[in-house]
Design a binder for this molecule. Structure first.
Ligand SMILES: Cc1cc2nc3c(=O)[nH]c(=O)nc-3n(C[C@H](O)[C@H](O)[C@H](O)COP(=O)(O)O)c2cc1C
Ligand SMILES: O=C(O)C(=O)c1ccccc1
Length: 359
């Protein structure tokens, strides 16, 4: 396949997908102020290279929660991959495994977590929203443990799914035939009931998500699994410190790709404070607006151990299934390898705060 840039996959996905599916994938909450803000924040950061370092053998490989990755790169949890390709998450898992990237499977995946695990050759994490029906979460956690998932990612920036004007306008519902197959059909039957002027996903999540959970409830989760716990959606140093005190093993610094709190700060702008608060006591992952290998380097300089991409994986999937996802990941990996050489940073551990300047 000819080498394509990420924006080519984006353009192709836009042509492939129906208007409402494209809007669901690409859209944000509220005024959509954050769809450009995340990118702007990364673009304002400039890299400061070191010279005369031996970069004849750069090594992008790293480990995250004990799992080896070919690069500090993974796929963020995105619901319903079958919206982009009939093979859905199974194709994504195959691609992530081929490249050696992490794949975080959404609680609202459209393929079973067992089928996804069977196709995977790399590490998998499972993302959870906290449901009012806790027994549904527990069943899923048991299955994830049995299928070999390596961590649970609790998304904490979504006590409810925010108002997303495009989805409301489109009366968005997941098309018939695509379902969140890993949860009871009563939990997310967004596919069945569409109404103009309202997003079925926003409505169902308001019924099903438990908005009352607090730090005290994490203990309940901890007692029910031996898997490492990761919190996704942390944007303050205070919360990072609190998470570490609770024994959380990882944090995903994220504003949910601009889909939750409108005008939330870009994740990359919260990264340094969070990494400092965590002080090496848990793993730090940057999520949101990562579109280039240089963005991986920027994340590492500010204290991240790895970065995630969300929408770009779905662009690749829409373009050409597993091959498309693999190409998207390989593009990022190739760019990152070049940045390592040009930065004079032959190992992942060679990226430091001094390697970045805010302009
Ligand atoms: C279509 C779509 C569905 C998503 N579904 C989930 C989800 O089920 N769980 C979750 O924690 N985050 C979900 N997210 C947020 C992503 O995990 C991630 O935070 C965001 O997409 C990162 O930004 P990026 O798309 O700019 O890379 C979703 C994002 C998109 C675009
Ligand atoms: O998390 C999201 O951004 C999202 O779109 C979603 C999808 C399905 C269920 C809940 C939220």
């Amino acid at each position: 396949m000819a080498e394509l840039a990420l924006r080519d996959y984006e353009a192709s996905a836009r042509e492939q997908l129906s208007g409402p599916v494209w809007d669901f994938l690409e859209g944000g909450s509220g005024t959509e102020s954050m769809l450009t803000a995340g990118r702007d924040a990364l673009d304002r950061l400039r890299l400061r290279p070191r010279c005369l370092v031996d970069v004849s053998a750069c090594e992008p490989a790293t480990t995250l929660l004990g799992a080896r990755l070919a690069a500090p790169l993974g796929i963020a949890p995105v619901a319903y991959h079958q919206l982009a390709h009939p093979e859905g998450e199974v194709a994504t898992a195959r691609a992530a495994g081929a490249v050696g990237a992490l794949f975080t499977v959404s609680m609202f995946a459209s393929r079973t977590i067992e089928d996804i695990a069977a196709a995977a050759t790399g590490p998998l994490w499972l993302q959870l929203y906290w449901l009012k029906r806790r027994e549904s979460m527990i069943g899923l956690i048991r299955r994830a443990e049995d299928a070999g998932y390596r961590a649970l990612v609790l998304t904490v920036d979504a006590p409810l799914v925010a108002h997303r004007p495009r989805d409301a306008r489109n009366g968005f519902a997941v098309p018939a035939g695509i379902r969140a197959v890993n949860v009871d059909s009563s939990v997310m039957s967004a596919s069945y009931e569409a109404e103009a002027g309202e997003s079925a996903i926003a409505r169902h999540s308001k019924e099903q998500f438990d908005p009352s959970i607090t730090w005290a409830d994490l203990e309940w989760l901890r007692e029910r699994t031996s898997l490492p716990l990761v919190l996704k959606g942390v944007l303050s140093g205070e919360d990072a410190g609190r998470a570490v005190e609770c024994g959380i093993e990882g944090l995903v610094v994220s504003n949910h790709g601009g889909r939750q709190l409108d005008f939330a700060l870009p994740a990359v702008d919260a990264l340094q404070e969070i990494a400092e608060a965590a002080g090496g006591r848990c793993q730090i992952v940057l999520d949101g607006a990562v579109r280039h290998g240089a963005d991986i380097a920027k994340g590492l300089c500010l204290g991240a151990d790895a970065v995630l991409v969300g929408r770009p994986a779905l662009w690749g999937l829409a373009h050409s299934g597993s091959d498309g996802v693999e190409s998207v990941l390989r593009t990022l990996l190739g760019e990152f390898s070049e940045v390592m050489a040009l930065m004079g940073a032959p190992r992942v551990s060679d990226f430091h705060r001094s390697g970045i300047v805010r302009s």
